[in-house]
Design a protein around this ligand. Structure first.
Ligand SMILES: Cc1cc2nc3c(=O)[nH]c(=O)nc-3n(C[C@H](O)[C@H](O)[C@H](O)COP(=O)(O)OP(=O)(O)OC[C@H]3O[C@@H](n4cnc5c(N)ncnc54)[C@H](O)[C@@H]3O)c2cc1C
Length: 395
């Protein structure tokens, strides 16, 4: 039940965005940049954004050699180059919007560790460089740097070659999300946390005072204390659904599948001989330095079925696998201790192998921008801009 004052100040918005991950916040940023006086609310179910955006590894990347080569088996050259370009544009937008210092951007470069299985991908190096040249102003993206295997201290029994990409960087994920939250809040966007949207209705035609608006219903956190079922209803002219891996709860028929990613961070090591972001085993594993720590994630390939879940939990199986990658391949001569472990949830397609996000009008006043896969740090700002544009275009 809203009071007179609440109705006047909190109930009606021009734009409501569901989900405060990088996509939702970037959508809010693009809208408020264009319409500084618009009433914009972001509704987030968690105390913090609770999906992938605060849980990722902070690679500012657009695809490793083997990932791009294997994507070319399922996507056309045009689709793939457009996707790589969108990732690049997204990264540029994020850096320009927030500033490198505020997101902890470091240009240490990216590397791919080539194991026996990936050696054939090296034959594609020149072809892929040629394909990407128009996006990178005529420059080659990938080159081999095998001398680094020993220099970085990797186990040469497993690591056959190293491919270097000087265009890849890394960010401090926590700083980036904190800055993005601050950026939109400073410009007047209201963020409601602990606010789970349970459903919404696009009232396109009904002849009521709600005509041409969207009613968004939120779970009332006080509901258990009350005898009536009181979902909170807000309204907006336009709504964006940016709930990524959790979207099926709102829209069960979407072509979307959740994929959990588990991560560990070591305590600072005595010696760490590398800096940068590293891809291993066709992107199934990824690690980076953070100061003298290693942050390592991946291993979904150990248990695809079990990892098709939205549960934010780690498992013994995958964490043990990650630890063995550290001791066998990455830092074979060093003892390490684990500081923290965690999980985050990504979204992929269920029916195909495309990595292109899902951006569409769900109905006249509701835009959907989800399914960012494993490179949403790069894509999020660009997708947010496109979602905002779609919301504006429909007016
Ligand atoms: C372990 C891991 C490592 C990764 N590493 C990288 C990397 O190094 N580089 C990279 O580019 N990408 C990486 N990614 C992918 C990237 O983090 C994601 O693609 C990106 O963060 C997706 O952003 P999003 O805003 O679309 O989704 P999310 O960040 O998941 O945001 C969706 C938000 O919606 C909220 N929500 C869901 N349902 C509701 C509801 N009903 N009501 C209200 N709120 C709701 C959720 O709580 C969540 O905060 C990684 C992902 C994971 C999981």
């Amino acid at each position: 039940m809203f009071s007179f004052w609440e109705k006047k100040s909190f109930k009606k918005y021009d734009y409501i965005i569901v989900g405060a991950g990088i996509t939702g916040l970037s959508t809010a940023a693009s809208l408020v940049e264009k319409y500084p006086r618009a009433k914009i609310a972001v509704l987030e179910r968690g105390f913090l954004p609770t999906g992938a955006s605060t849980k990722n590894a902070g690679f500012a990347c657009f695809g490793s050699l083997s990932e791009i080569a294997s994507d070319l088996e399922t996507m056309s050259e045009t689709e793939l180059t457009q996707l790589v370009e969108s990732r690049l544009n997204g990264l540029e937008k994020l850096r320009n919007r927030l500033g490198d210092k505020k997101i902890g951007y470091k240009n240490y470069g990216g590397y791919e560790l080539i194991l026996d299985k990936q050696v054939p991908y090296l034959e594609k190096l020149e072809e892929i460089n040629n394909l990407l040249q128009p996006i990178f102003e005529g420059q080659n993206v990938f080159k081999t740097k095998d001398g680094l295997i020993e220099g970085f201290g990797f186990n040469a029994r497993y690591v056959r070659r190293i491919v270097y990409n000087r265009f890849e960087g890394q960010i401090h994920t926590g700083k980036m999300m904190k800055s993005l939250l601050k950026y939109v809040q400073k410009r007047g966007v209201t963020i409601f946390t602990g606010c789970e949207v349970i459903d919404f209705e696009d009232v396109e035609n009904e002849n009521t005072d709600k005509k041409n608006s969207v009613v968004v219903r939120i779970k009332n956190p006080l509901q258990n204390d009350l005898s009536e079922n009181l979902a909170i209803e807000l309204t907006a002219s336009k709504v964006a659904i940016c709930t990524n891996a959790f979207s099926k709860k709102l829209l069960p028929s979407l072509d979307l599948q959740a994929g959990r990613g588990q991560v560990l961070a070591t305590k600072p090591l005595k010696y760490l001989r590398f800096k940068g972001t590293f891809h291993l085993d066709e992107g199934f594993y990824y690690f980076r330095n953070f100061g003298k720590r290693i942050i390592l994630g991946g291993g979904r390939n150990m248990d695809f079925e079990g990892e098709t879940t939205t549960k934010l939990e780690t498992t013994e199986l995958i964490l043990e696998d990650l630890k063995s990658k550290l001791s066998e391949i990455i830092i074979p001569k060093q003892k390490f201790e684990i500081d923290t472990t965690w999980a985050g949830i990504m979204a992929f397609t269920e029916s195909s192998k495309t990595k292109i996000p899902l951006l569409e009008n769900h109905s006249k006043n509701v835009v959907l921008g989800v399914r960012l896969g494993g490179m949403g740090v790069a894509l999020g700002s660009k997708l947010g801009e496109e979602i905002a544009q779609k919301m504006i275009n429909e007016q």
